[in-house]
Design a protein around this ligand. Structure first.
Ligand code: IPE
Ligand code: IPE
Ligand code: MG
Length: 231
């Protein structure tokens, strides 16, 4: 599953706090969410932490997000490692500072042997960037561009496409997240802001997902288990 963790800024502003305080709280909520996903048997969690477009925010907010990432890695990686979480950072690293880049590489190396839950953190990520970099990579190798070859050149080729994409914060848009991979995902929108998205809210999303009928282009009759009648 995948999550667009939106609403940190509004959560902070409503409490007369600086936006950075909302992002900080957002990291704590992500931490609990990873644990809860592990308990519920989720094997792959992909979260949107910083988009290609988020560079357009005020410079002090961008730098506080970079510092938050570096701090969270230093603090959380040992425990994530103990919990069997394997970290991957997905996105364009070229624009990140050498310090942040080194932190990402270290966190990936430290958790590389884990296999309980894969946590993909999309940072300086955009779905358009991913499709373009995949196509450029294939072109540079002289390979033809097919759905299968493009799929395997994407930055998230190491995991299956998500079944469920959750967006918190009330907006009903993808904001350039997983444009290719979410093509057949079930979408779930919550009006809760990310810092208030707790275990109960996550379970509500799972229950809603369980009630969906996934047809993948077929008819309802074709996908119903034998003996059940379409209602
Ligand atoms: C999501 O929360 C976190 C990032 C984009 C980094 P926002 O910061 O977008 O929060 P709102 O949407 O302004 O409330
Ligand atoms: C999407 O949220 C990016 C992340 C959650 C990291 P935004 O808050 O940046 O999205 P828009 O700009 O409102 O669409
Ligand atoms: Mg937002």
């Amino acid at each position: 599953m995948a999550i667009i963790m939106d609403g940190n800024g509004r959560w902070a502003t409503r409490r007369l706090l600086p936006r950075a305080a909302g992002h900080k709280k957002g990291v704590d909520v992500l931490r609990s969410c990873v644990r809860h996903c592990g308990e519920r048997g989720v094997r792959v969690l992909t979260v949107f932490a910083f988009s290609s477009e988020n560079w357009n925010r005020p410079a002090d907010e961008v730098s506080s997000l970079m510092e938050l990432l570096a701090g969270a890695l230093a603090r959380e990686v040992p425990q994530l490692k103990a919990e069997g979480v394997r970290l991957h950072f997905v996105g364009d690293r070229a624009a990140l500072s050498p310090k942040v880049r080194a932190g990402l590489e270290q966190a990936e190396a430290d958790t590389a042997c884990n296999d309980q839950l894969v946590l993909n953190v999309c940072f300086n990520y955009g779905g358009r960037w991913d499709i373009a970099q995949a196509a450029a990579r294939l072109a540079s190798r002289g390979e033809s561009i097919t759905e299968a070859s493009l799929d395997s050149a994407l930055a998230l080729a190491h995991v299956p496409h998500p079944d469920l994409v959750i967006r918190t914060g009330g907006e009903r848009r993808l904001s350039n997240f997983l444009l290719w991979q979410a093509g057949y995902a079930e979408l779930y929108f919550s009006d809760k802001l990310w810092p208030e998205f707790d275990a109960a809210a996550l379970d509500e999303a799972f229950a809603d997902y369980a009630s969906r009928e996934r047809r993948f282009g077929k008819t309802s009759e074709q996908v119903l288990p034998a003996g059940e009648v379409a209602g």
